[in-house]
Design a protein around this ligand. Structure first.
Ligand code: BGC
Length: 916
């Protein structure tokens, strides 16, 4: 073995605080700091030997190396993530400048990083001085989302001229949605703020730096409000939290001398209504250009005809609910041009644009010049077309998903809705007078909108349909990670289903940086826990009481999601924050009457019903197992033992009740075997038999008692599908796992892909070539649950995974174990994956060419991996141009069970071996 600790010499980069670069509004007492190394991957065995963080109250002090807030001193440690600030107590609104330098293994220091900062929020209920303000009174029976959006403005004069202002911040939230302006300029670029939470429990606010938007003399703050989740339609309900939207705002302007001017929302604001006649997530938006208020949000506009905003004081309870929004904002992320235009109905009456991608957001419509004033153009949205080429909208249920724009003059203009979103690939435009000619590809642009999550994962291989499957999984994530993880983005549902989220979370963590997103949602989860200890079926819990215990596989999201975020990002704090709540859940599992427990079972399986009580015990075991590991991670050995003991008891009872001496799992469904094997509930001596029964069912089973032969297909629903291939992999049936992956007839992952799908469908039979559309009552074409196969693509096909040890968290330790498809007729000869972990970029690429398997791996500093792949012998493996056993950075190499196994540190490695 030769192992050298080499340089981490260049300055750290990519400084993050609480998962964000330079965040505004932090309310943590000890914000966590992370950094990366600029030159990852090229040096072998690179580890940080020590670090030093300096935090200062000004940029100048930091530049002078004066850490007046915190000087960590030189800390001997390789920790480069989640380093907790431990300096002087932070004050509200304080900006904290920071930088970091590191030492390598030879004790040589890097230069200092570029400066970064975070800024504290208001941090106290008492700091909020404003009142809620509301627009013109609505009739009591006003339809949800169906009344004109209120517009507000507040004129004020700056105490100091703008060039003397040191900083200006707006702290703002709404019960509903807001769009904010200062002097006619949009503040921020987020959409659908203030987001979605249980507004009765939490009112997260956002902070904007508006220093650059101030002007001399008169200034105007302005806002539009919409109903959104607060009082529009949500699923099959409406006005869930209140009857009308309201705004709470506070602006602080501080001049160079530290003198402060505060502007708050109160009844001195003026309000009226404007061109947005209706705005609703499910129904759509109606915009009447004739009602526009030119320059309404700029200084000098005469608002004399407007009325005073109604206001209501901020209650002490509401003030306590105000908190920093830790999640990423929702933004416009990309634009898509149509790939085809058709006219399936009477010529000229309606045009259908095919965007080529099932997406979530809205369209920007180029309204042509020359239309008579009052022309009403209508945009309808759909995911699929009927056989006759017209829109298929039945699956939207009561969601109208229709936008209207009514013209005023004859100039061309662009229209985009603001306060609605749709899930669609096709958009139909109607209302164009024949005289205006035919629209073209410039008429419509798809605006893709979702929570702004950095893409972190890429997977590709030599099989085009599998690559399209991966793209569909990622699009499913884009379409459904919108403020909360939703089941679907199109019909009247769009809820944070807990079961869907826990099934998909591991895949989600590969594709995008979801740490902050789930930090926010797990807080909502905790807020929604019921008195008995259950977690609901949907979060925020709009079904209230209906399924306040979401049941097995759903409620367990309360444990599984924080655990997965810990594993993928090394975030111990999420475990600490949720510990009491998770403990209450485990206690609840022990007390609940299983037969009375709400239970979706293996939802949407194909005629293969797994006993629902088995699902309960399997998930109870899994959550208890995780809880014991969580207690271990948090240094609570007594609790860890207590939960481990409980797990042993559940396992014993499970085996006794559900597993026969021949290794049959009661119910005899694929999912029954998958749950029992994946959660390690099958006693060792029956394991092989149980694995065999699963494989036998996949190959020889039948759908229902009499229906068709399985003929190597799945029958699993939401709960079984994620793990079927990993259970088969563990069982030594990689061949079967690949056969399932590569099937392209019903039911399979690739059948939709082969038939043009661009997202993951809700059901195996959402659409089939011989039967057409599946059950219309519940048929989404953008549902990520079955996309949970994505984790297996990364972990097994590419071979990029966390090591199983609990301390592997945050990819400090990895398992690089590509498992190519076995057999001479293998369809996949190459795969590669890249993942931007919290420790830096990991890359892996393998191929089999002319009887040689080559594997290239790149690991960032501070990480280590076990590398494993099939090899005829130890000597047969090379790395670079020498035997792997002698390669620099490769240690503990051995040959075991037909595999080459070795340890590597950071760096780039190229292994090669003859392939049998
Ligand atoms: C949702 C699912 C959810 C399920 C619960 C459906 O309406 O779309 O994704 O998990 O209900 O059974």
């Amino acid at each position: 073995m030769s192992h050298s600790i080499v340089d981490v010499a260049s300055a750290p980069s990519n400084l993050h605080c609480e998962y964000h670069p330079n965040p505004l509004g932090v309310e943590e007492k000890s914000p966590r700091l992370s950094w990366l190394f600029q030159d990852p991957g090229t040096l072998r065995g690179a580890r940080q030997g020590a670090y030093q963080v300096l935090a200062a109250s000004s940029r100048e002090k930091l530049a002078a190396d004066e850490g007046d807030l915190w000087d960590s001193g030189k800390i001997a440690s390789d920790q480069s993530t989640h380093v907790e600030y431990a300096g002087a107590p932070l004050k509200a609104q304080q900006r904290c400048w920071w930088k970091v330098r590191t030492w390598n293994g030879r004790d040589e220091s890097s230069s200092w990083s570029a400066p970064a900062w975070w800024e504290m929020g208001l941090c106290s209920p008492r700091a909020w001085k404003g009142a809620w303000i509301m627009g013109p009174a609505r009739p009591a029976d006003a339809p949800a989302g169906g009344v004109p959006c209120p517009h507000f403005r507040k004129t004020f004069t700056l105490d100091s001229p703008p060039d003397r202002v040191q900083r200006a911040r707006v702290y703002v939230t709404a019960r509903g949605l807001y769009e904010l302006y200062l002097n006619g300029q949009r503040v921020g670029d987020d959409v659908f703020a203030a987001g979605w939470h249980d507004y009765h429990r939490r009112l997260p606010y956002r902070v904007y730096d508006v220093t650059g938007l101030l002007c001399q003399g008169q200034n105007v703050l302005a806002a539009i409000l919409a109903d959104g989740w607060y009082c529009g339609h949500v699923a099959w309900r409406e006005k869930l939290y209140g009857a009308e939207p309201s705004l709470l705002l506070q602006m602080h302007v501080t001049d160079a001398q530290g003198k402060r001017q505060v502007i708050i929302s109160d009844s001195t604001w003026r309000c009226t209504t404007g061109p947005i006649l209706e705005a609703d997530f499910l129904m759509g938006e109606t915009y009447d250009c004739r009602q526009e208020l030119p320059r309404w949000n700029e200084p000098g506009y005469d608002d004399g005809a407007w009325q005073a905003a109604r206001s209501s004081a901020l209650s002490t309870d509401d003030a306590k609910r105000l908190a920093w929004h830790p999640g990423p904002p929702v933004r416009r992320i990309q634009e898509i041009k149509p790939i085809a235009i058709s006219e399936p109905a009477a010529p000229g009456s309606a045009f259908i644009f095919d965007l080529g991608q099932n997406m979530v957001g809205w369209v920007r419509l180029r309204v042509p010049a020359g239309l008579p004033a009052g022309t009403r153009l209508t945009l309808r949205h759909a995911e699929m077309l009927q056989a006759d080429g017209t829109l298929y909208t039945e699956n939207l249920r009561s969601a109208k998903a229709t936008d209207h724009v009514i013209t005023a003059g004859s100039d061309a203009f662009d229209y985009e809705p603001r306060f609605t979103f749709h899930g669609f690939r096709y958009v139909e435009l109607s209302g164009l007078p024949a005289s205006s000619g035919k629209p073209n590809a410039e008429t419509v642009t798809g605006i893709v909108v979702h929570s702004h999550l950095a893409p972190t994962g890429q997977f590709a291989c030599s099989h085009p349909l599998v690559n399209q499957l991966q793209r569909n999984i990622q699009w499913g994530q884009k379409g459904n990670f919108l403020e909360v993880p939703t089941d679907c983005p199109q019909r009247n549902e769009r809820l944070g289903w807990t079961g869907d989220a826990q099934i998909f979370v591991r895949t989600a963590c590969f594709n995008m940086d979801v740490a902050a997103f789930f930090s926010k949602w797990t807080t909502d989860l905790r807020d929604a826990q019921d008195a008995a200890g259950g977690y609901p079926a949907v979060v925020p819990d709009i079904l209230r009481g209906d399924h306040s215990d979401g049941g097995p596989g759903w409620a367990d999201a309360g444990v599984i999601v924080p655990w997965t975020i810990y594993r993928c990002y090394g975030d111990q704090r999420i475990l600490r924050r949720h510990y009491q709540s998770m403990a209450r859940y485990i206690q609840y599992l022990g007390a609940v009457d299983v037969d009375k427990r709400h239970n979706y079972g293996d939802w949407l399986n194909i005629m293969a019903h797994t006993p629902v009580d088995l699902v309960h015990y399997a998930y109870a075991a899994h959550s208890t197992d995780l809880m014991s590991r969580i207690a271990g991670v948090l240094g609570k050995p007594r609790d860890a033992r207590k939960y481990a003991g409980a797990l042993t008891r559940i396992k014993k009872a499970f085996a006794k009740r559900y597993i026969t001496a021949e290794g049959r799992v009661l119910g005899d469904t694929q999912t029954a075997y998958i749950l029992a094997l994946q959660f390690d509930l099958v006693p060792e001596r029956m394991r092989r038999a149980a694995q065999h029964h699963l494989a036998h069912d996949i190959v020889h089973g039948r759908y229902g008692d009499t229906y068709q032969h399985r003929n190597t297909h799945i029958s699993t629903g939401f709960l079984g599908t994620r793990d079927i291939n990993s259970v088969l992999t563990d069982a030594g049936r990689l061949d079967l796992a690949y056969q399932l992956l590569l099937r392209d007839d019903f039911p399979s992952w690739l059948m939709p892909v082969k038939n043009g799908a661009t997202t993951i469908w809700e059901r195996w039979n959402s659409w089939t070539p011989d039967r057409g559309f599946g059950p219309v009552g519940m048929n989404s074409f953008n549902h990520y649950a079955y996309g949970a196969i994505g984790q297996w693509l990364y972990q097994v096909v590419a071979g990029l995974d966390l090591a199983p040890q609990d301390d592997a968290a945050g990819y400090r330790r990895l398992l690089i174990h590509p498992r190519p498809q076995p057999g001479a007729d293998a369809a996949i000869h190459h795969a590669n994956a890249a993942y931007d972990s919290i420790h830096g970029r990991i890359e892996i690429s393998w191929s089999i060419v002319e009887g040689r398997f080559t594997l290239t791996v790149t690991l960032p500093p501070n990480t280590r991996a076990t590398v494993r792949f099939a090899a005829p012998s130890l000597d047969a493996v090379s790395e670079g141009d020498q035997p792997a056993v002698r390669a620099d950075g490769v240690s503990n190499a051995k040959h075991q069970g037909g595999d080459f196994i070795a340890e590597i540190g950071s760096g780039r490695y190229s292994f090669a071996v003859p392939w049998a």
